[in-house]
Design a protein around this ligand. Structure first.
Ligand SMILES: [Zn+2]
Ligand SMILES: [Zn+2]
Length: 402
């Protein structure tokens, strides 16, 4: 249950000018992290960098909930709520093609989702709030979370390690290259999908490509399966529901004159409700079973449930939106369409009311127009300054001393 937040007058500290003070350092940290990206569950150097930077601030209780995550507690000594702020720190298996002077120095690994920016932002927020601890009650807990990009995700490890114990609210931010610089969105309710994955093996009988009658051709069956799966959304799903079923992987065969023994398919299912998720899963398996049976083939079906949908708490969202308006002006706030991507921020929302807000980082000027997970993805770093403002304003307001 959400604690009863006090309604207080706007904080006396100006979050925007504070963010301006920390911005130059945030840029340096972000570029340093950008040069040395690390994949999910392997963020050893990143975690060390974060830990050392936090320790250098002094006054924070710094710990490692897991091998590659970092937590810092700003304990004010005054009774009050516990507010957790989260940044994800991992990178992706992508070869960077931005040509930036601080581009990745690790072949095939890239910060292509902006998590370097999230990490740098939260370091800046920690230092700023530390400087204003006299204006705060309760506790601010900074979570630098590993492995957002790879199932089962790092968030659940932090929860298991007790990082959310006693937390009254959790707030996180994602920089978006599809949202203009200067804009902030604070959605209410479910707005990021559950990202499940599936894999299918079509088991046929291999043989000579010139004697198909003696084989069961899994390639022909796989083709039928891919086409038939298109009806899960188009014919079996309520048009008012938002569901995606994508077959994104298919592999089979080694030579032009050989019918292979099996073909592997894989893909993703995106949904916003348990009901839609269950129905999509059941439809896919039913279709695979039916099509393979019709062609005398066999199958294996494996379905992995990904993160839960990110579902923002309405009351907390209103508080964060108000903070964003105060920090950046009424024009900054905007609405965004639902996002079919997922995020394991949802794991924290099972423990406490949570809000994941979106900050615009798109600009032509900075070349930040490519989608997330693209080899030329980048952010307009000024988006970080806006994110810092919103975090700081939110914390100063929710934890304001009397
Ligand atoms: Zn991503
Ligand atoms: Zn991301």
């Amino acid at each position: 249950m959400l604690v009863r937040w006090r309604s207080v007058a706007a904080p006396t500290v100006d979050a925007r000018s504070l963010a301006g003070e920390a911005f130059a350092d945030a840029v340096l940290w972000r570029r340093e992290l950008h040069r040395r990206p690390e994949l999910s569950f392997q963020e050893h150097e990143t975690a060390r960098f974060v830990e050392e930077t936090l320790r250098a601030f002094g006054g924070l209780e710094v710990s490692r909930p897991t091998e590659t995550s970092v937590m810092a507690r700003l304990v004010t000594g005054r009774a009050g709520p516990v507010l957790a702020l989260r940044a994800d720190i991992d990178a992706l298996p992508i070869r960077e093609e931005t040509g930036l002077p601080f581009a990745s120095e690790r072949e095939g690994v890239m910060h292509a989702c902006g998590h370097d920016g999230h990490t740098a932002e939260l370091l800046a927020v920690a230092r700023l709030l530390l400087g204003h601890r006299d204006s705060l009650r309760g506790e601010v807990r900074f979570l630098f979370q590993h492995a957002e990009e790879t199932l089962p995700g790092g968030a659940r490890d932090l929860v298991a390690a007790g990082a959310l114990d006693g937390v009254d609210a959790v707030v996180g931010c994602h920089l978006l290259s599809v949202l203009d610089l200067g804009k902030v969105a604070v959605p209410t309710g479910p707005f990021m999908a559950a990202p499940d994955t599936f894999s299918i093996v079509i088991e046929g009988r291999g043989g000579h490509a010139a004697f198909p009658q003696e084989a069961v051709d899994p390639i022909a069956v796989a083709a039928h399966v891919v086409v038939a799966l298109q009806t899960v959304v188009s014919r079996e799903t309520d048009p008012n529901e938002r569901v995606v079923v994508t077959v994104s992987r298919i592999a089979g065969g080694t030579a032009d004159n050989i019918i292979p023994g099996s073909v592997e398919l894989g893909g993703t299912v995106r949904t916003f409700s348990t009901d839609a998720r269950e129905r999509a899963r059941a439809s896919i398996e039913r279709i695979v079973a039916g099509v393979t049976q019709a062609h005398a083939a066999g199958y294996k079906f494996d379905y992995v449930e990904g993160y839960l949908p990110v579902d923002n708490d309405a009351e907390l969202a209103a508080r964060v939106a108000a903070a964003a308006t105060r920090a950046l002006g009424a024009d900054a706030l905007t609405e965004i369409p639902l996002i079919m991507g997922g995020d394991d921020f949802s794991a924290y929302q099972q423990e406490a009311p949570g809000v994941y807000f979106m900050v615009g980082a798109r600009s032509e000027e900075a070349g930040a127009t490519f989608p997330h997970h693209h080899p030329r993805f980048t952010i307009d770093e000024r988006g970080m300054e806006n994110a810092i403002s919103v975090f700081v304003e939110t914390a100063l307001e929710l934890l304001a001393v009397e």
